[in-house]
Design a protein around this ligand. Structure first.
Ligand SMILES: [Zn+2]
Length: 316
């Protein structure tokens, strides 16, 4: 039964407790239970944090992985918030939550379980030879990284613009998945922080979700780029384009054409490199697709994670 599964799941995941539980009665201190959807969360991926405070408390905010929690009601007495698990996280993610009761706010801390993603590792036998940009190029790369970071920082203060499910920017073959690391002397020298899609120059690139075009630029490494701010810290970016067909400030909808595949920037051939970030945390963009799974009609496939979300009755 739906309700039983719900209860069991929370009991199994474990409680998040206020700081003075042992000294005071359980009812007199702020506490809540934490879970996630999916459970467990995955290293390098997005998911939902599920928060269930005691009946005496309400959740007013919080933080996970250095990024704020944007809470929304999700069923009776429950909230949910998008969380991003950084690559190379341990087996748990620390969460801080602000709980209010009778005009007083307490911060409680807890953890949710994280599954290691097992991203492929390529061990390099010889020292990597980096094509060293000259100092002018290096300075340019630093400036462009700062601009990119600024898009994410600004997005934290923007309302949620995305609605419904995210979609792929191209319906073609993935030529390189997110997360692969190159190691030398046991040290990660570089990591692929996007998903690459095949495509000939000029073929369409689509917006993965609704948002506002935050930046159109021509970068040293990424080439011609388009950044979409989806609000509440969520940003997607599209690299190496041959052209952009949107301008900064445009609102785009999911699936709207925003440009064309190219080979601009530092590439070996034409392809789309697709990026997703939650705040300043780079995540596997493919994990965007699972955030919302389509219609809000309440017809659930048989899965416990789906059950949890549909209990909310929240419109998308
Ligand atoms: Zn790539």
């Amino acid at each position: 039964m739906t309700l039983l599964r719900f209860a069991t799941r929370f009991a199994a995941v474990g409680a998040l407790l206020g700081p003075f539980r042992s000294a005071l009665g359980q009812d007199s201190i702020p506490h809540l239970t934490l879970s996630s959807d999916p459970f467990p969360l995955t290293e390098g991926a997005l998911g939902w944090l599920l928060l269930r405070p005691s009946v005496w408390d309400s959740v007013t905010g919080g933080e996970a992985g250095g990024e704020p929690l944007y809470l929304e009601p999700s069923g009776i007495g429950q909230y949910r918030a998008v969380v991003a698990v950084p690559v190379e996280s341990s087996d748990s993610l620390r969460v801080s939550v602000f709980l209010a009761r009778e005009g007083r706010v307490d911060t409680v801390a807890g953890v949710v379980t994280v599954r290691q993603a097992g991203y492929p590792r390529e061990v390099l036998a010889v020292a990597p030879k980096f094509a060293k940009p000259d100092s002018a190029a290096a300075a340019r790369v630093r400036r462009e990284n700062a601009r990119s970071r600024q898009v994410s920082i600004a997005s934290r203060n923007h309302p949620r613009l995305w609605q419904g499910p995210f979609q792929l920017p191209r319906a073609t073959r993935i030529t390189s998945a997110f997360g692969a690391a190159r190691l030398y002397n046991g040290e990660v020298r570089s990591r692929h922080l996007g998903t690459d899609f095949a495509g000939a120059v000029g073929t369409p690139v689509l917006a993965a979700g609704r948002g506002v075009i935050a930046m159109v630029a021509d970068f040293y490494l990424a080439g011609k780029v388009v950044y979409i701010d989806h609000g509440q810290g969520l940003v997607t970016a599209y690299f190496h384009l041959s052209r952009a067909e949107v301008t900064e400030g445009d609102t785009v909808t999911s699936g709207q054409r925003l440009g064309a595949v190219g080979q601009s920037g530092r590439v070996t051939g034409p392809h789309l490199h697709w990026v997703a970030r939650f705040g300043t945390i780079a995540v596997d963009p493919m994990s965007l697709l699972a955030l919302e799974k389509g219609d809000a009609s309440g017809v659930a496939p048989d899965s416990s994670s789906r059950t949890l979300r549909l209990r909310s009755g929240q419109a998308q």
